[in-house]
Design a protein around this ligand. Structure first.
Ligand code: ZN
Length: 132
């Protein structure tokens, strides 16, 4: 499958490369504990600059999803699931991802999922697999 690779910068590098040691890393505020995604240089709740990438459990639930049936690029295998997964660490802590490891029609809202990583060059793309 031919997927585009995200552009890495200083802020998002821990997120896209955390999978090298098997950890999904989300930016967290050291002062108030708030999780921030996408990563930002300052806490959106208490404005602290003491934020750092921190491993999460990798567990979450499907918040919403869609099944893509159209091959937008040559070589893209369809159908595949584009989903928003809410991580268990914090209500509203969500990331855009793919659901793998089950037929697209079996994906459901609130389905429990666990992160895994797809290596694409220097990038480890977090995707999620159902745990049931
Ligand atoms: Zn904070």
């Amino acid at each position: 499958m031919s997927w585009p690779v995200p552009r890495i910068d200083e802020e998002n590098e821990p997120f896209w490369t955390g999978g090298i040691d098997g950890h999904l890393k989300i930016t967290r505020c050291a002062d108030c504990g708030y999780w921030l995604h996408p990563p930002t240089p300052r806490c959106g709740r208490c404005y602290s600059e003491r934020v750092a990438p921190t491993p999460v459990s990798g567990r979450g639930r499907v918040y919403t999803y869609t099944v893509n049936e159209h091959a937008w690029m040559p070589g893209l295998e369809v159908p595949y699931v584009v989903a928003v997964v809410e991580l268990e660490e914090q209500p509203g802590l969500r990331l855009l991802t793919n659901i793998v490891g089950c037929p697209p029609r079996e994906v459901a809202i609130d389905m429990p999922v666990q992160v895994e990583f797809v290596e694409r060059g220097a990038v480890f793309v977090p995707v999620f697999r159902p745990t049931t």
